[in-house]
Structures are given as C-alpha cells and as structure tokens.
Design a protein around this ligand. Structure first.
Ligand SMILES: [Zn+2]
Length: 409
C-alpha cells in the first residue's frame, strides 16, 4: 500500500481548537495511520514537507444540491438526466477543489453519483445523499407552474424533489429512497424561494405525514432532514422527531431551545440567500420568485446568533445553485461576526461528521480516520478568512488518501 508522510505539519486539532505543532502525519492507502511527534522512518514513503504549514481535516458541507446546475427548478426537472449528471460532475469537482471532501446532498443527489465518485468515474467529494426530497402537492418540491396539472414522477426525471401526499404515499416513497441507499430522508416543512407556487409561511405536510417519515427513517436507522424557516415549522418537525433542521432563518428562541433540548442540529445556509440576492436571477431564478428572498435574507444571521448563544450544534451548509456554487466558502465569512473561528471550523468538520453519524471516520486528523486532508496557508483559528478564500490559501487536497490537487510548489 502506498505511504505518504506530511512532515513538519501544524495540525489543527479541531476538537480542542488548537494547533499541534511539528507533527508527522502518516497516510497509508486511504487511512491516516499515525499523527507522530517525531519524524517517521519509512524507506519508500512519499514525503511532503509542509515546513510548518497548516494541515487540517477535509471540509464537510452538510447542505448541498450537486445536481442543481440552475436556480430554475422547473427547467432542472425538464432536463436530460445525462446532461444533469455531466453538470453535477463539474459542480462536484469544484467542491473538491475548494477543499470539501464530504458533502451531504439534501435533494437530488443519489446512489448513481455516489457510486461514480467511489469508482473514480468523476472527481468529487464523498457524496452522502437522501435521493429526492419529499414534498406535498404545491410544496417546495413541486416545480409545476400553476397552470400545469401533470407531473412526471418517474425516478429518471432529474428534479430535486418528489410529490407525495398522504401517509401511505409518504411511507412508500420513503421506502423507495431507503431502497436506493439513502443516508437520510428529506422533507419540505414549509415554503421555499425557488418553488413557483408556495408561500414561505405555509406549513407543508400534516403531522401524521411527518411522523410517518420519521417512523420509516427510525426503522432503517436513518434520520430525517427538514427544510424549515418558520418557528412553527421548525417546532412541529423537531417535536415529531426530525433531527436536522435546514436554514432555520426565522427561528425564535423557543424553536432554538427545542432544537437544543432534542439534541437536533441546525444547518444554516446564509451563503445561498446572499448569492440569490446578488445574482440569483442571472443564475436562473425566475424573476417573479426573487421577492421571496427578502422574507428570509436578513433574519438568517439572527438565527445563527441565537443558536450559538444557546449552544445548538450547528453544521456548515451552503445550499447554492447553478453558477453560484463558486461561493461555497463564503459561509465562513458570513457567520464570522457571531460564531468564533474554532466553532466555525467544528461546524465544517466534527459537527458535520456527527450529523452524518460518521464521527469515527471523518472530520479529524487522527489515526484510524479516513485520509481526507487539506493544507492551507495561514492559521484559520486566528483568521477564518483563510477558509473563506481557498483560491488564495488552499495548497493541497487529499481525498481518501489520493492527492486531488497540489499547489504546494
Ligand atoms: Zn437546499
């Protein structure tokens, strides 16, 4: 098995929030074998001298849509699945090149793409997926314009969501996603920006339907992810057993406290609202939907601040669409005013790993962990801007023990 040794590395211990100086990190095959304090003898190892440079775990983005090549979801659903797969390959390659070695797709990503990455057919981060998001008729996953009745609910239409109504339908489609290897199940809990006919404030799914999805997930040892902005939507989902609250922009103190009590996670995605405001229409968002952005844009940072004060576990998420994917690292800067650097690094490493129940496998530079590593210029614990600007600071990316980009020289 091939051996690589990163010598003279300043390793970030993300749990402690400190630098371990002068470490020698041994990678054998796809696994970290040792984080040694002294040089390691090995005759045929490839040696990479970091000369004090920062080595840290590969980043984890817990809210992406790898197939979202456009912000126009109606167009996405009408596209060729082959075209969408090709676009997804480009999007995923970009994520890897920004230092993200694992991403959690919460609508659209599925087993075929995950397998293509594993087999090396396409470049990309490890893909944790939930298949299509479940949405009621007229909900955030229903991309039909008001004048359209029919919809294509075959698996091979490449939309992000699927329309399901009523407990039996919800259970059947939850089982379909589980059958295809889903790592979690995603539901739409209230309205969204890019869906043509719903309002942000409308709850989606009855309590019976949400409870049914949670039940199906529990039976399969999985968990449920909810798209939710409003306090009401957050509270009813979390009370019914949903574990991962996405966005949460309009959360009130009671909703935040409930997330904390139930040991659930909040995955804010400030990056996408900023991006949609700046360039959403250019990236395909229908002009008539742009007004919905203002309902959630400014509130987002308040929710993050409340969650930080309450000690809610937060993961790093971005939710970007189309050409806006290039802003994936901006979430670090957008949360920096209210979240200390060490906690932001945890959000994008150990917290994401725990959310995905992969905390013994990824998210730390530790013996026995998967060799997902990045090298950056500067110390992100002192200046989180280091992680917000990978085009300037990111020197090397290693995923599963393979160097996928190298700008050390
Ligand atoms: Zn999303």
């Amino acid at each position: 098995m091939s051996i690589t040794i990163f010598e003279n590395a300043s390793v970030i211990d993300v749990v402690a929030g400190e630098i371990l100086a002068d470490r020698h990190v041994v990678v054998e095959g796809s696994t970290i074998k040792d984080v040694a304090e002294a040089p390691v003898a090995s005759a045929d190892a490839r040696r990479i001298d970091l000369k004090g440079g920062t080595l840290m775990p590969g980043l984890i983005d817990s809210h992406v849509h790898v197939t979202a090549f456009s912000a126009n979801f109606t167009e996405l659903q009408r596209s060729s699945p082959f075209y969408v797969a090709a676009a997804a390959a480009t999007i995923m390659g970009g994520m890897l090149d920004r230092g993200f070695t694992t991403v959690r797709d919460v609508g659209g990503g599925e087993f075929g793409l995950a397998r293509a990455v594993e087999q090396g057919l396409i470049r990309g981060p490890r893909l944790i997926y939930g298949g299509k998001a479940l949405s009621p008729t007229g909900g955030h996953g229903d991309v039909r314009l008001a004048g359209v009745d029919r919809h294509d609910d075959s698996y091979n239409q490449p939309g992000l969501g699927r329309i399901v109504d009523g407990v039996p339908d919800v259970r059947r489609h939850a089982r379909e996603e589980i059958r295809r290897g889903a790592h979690h199940l995603k539901i739409m809990g209230n309205g969204g920006i890019s869906s043509p006919t719903d309002r942000i404030s409308s709850d989606q799914f009855s309590e019976e339907e949400i409870a049914a999805v949670v039940d199906e997930a529990n039976m399969a040892d999985l968990y449920v992810v909810v798209h939710a902005y409003t306090p009401r939507a957050i509270k009813r989902s979390v009370r019914l057993g949903v574990r991962s609250v996405e966005h949460g922009n309009l959360a009130d103190q009671e909703a935040i406290d409930l997330i904390r009590e139930r040991d659930a996670f909040l995955v804010p995605t400030l990056a996408t609202y900023r991006a949609l405001k700046d360039e959403g229409v250019e990236a395909g968002l229908p002009l008539e939907l742009a007004a919905k952005i203002d309902d959630v844009l400014d509130a987002g940072i308040n929710a993050v601040e409340m969650a930080q004060r309450a000690g809610v576990q937060m993961a790093y998420g971005t939710d970007l669409l189309g050409a806006m994917h290039r802003r994936q690292s901006s979430e670090f800067a957008l949360r920096a005013d209210v979240v200390p650097a060490a906690d932001l690094i945890r959000a994008a490493t150990v917290n994401g790993a725990r959310l995905m129940r992969l905390e013994n496998e990824i998210g730390q530079v530790k013996a026995g962990y998967r060799a997902d590593l990045i090298v950056v210029d500067g110390n992100p614990l002192d200046d989180i801007g280091v992680l917000a600007a990978p085009e300037k600071t990111l020197r090397l990316v290693m995923a599963r023990g393979i160097v996928t980009s190298d700008r050390l020289r």
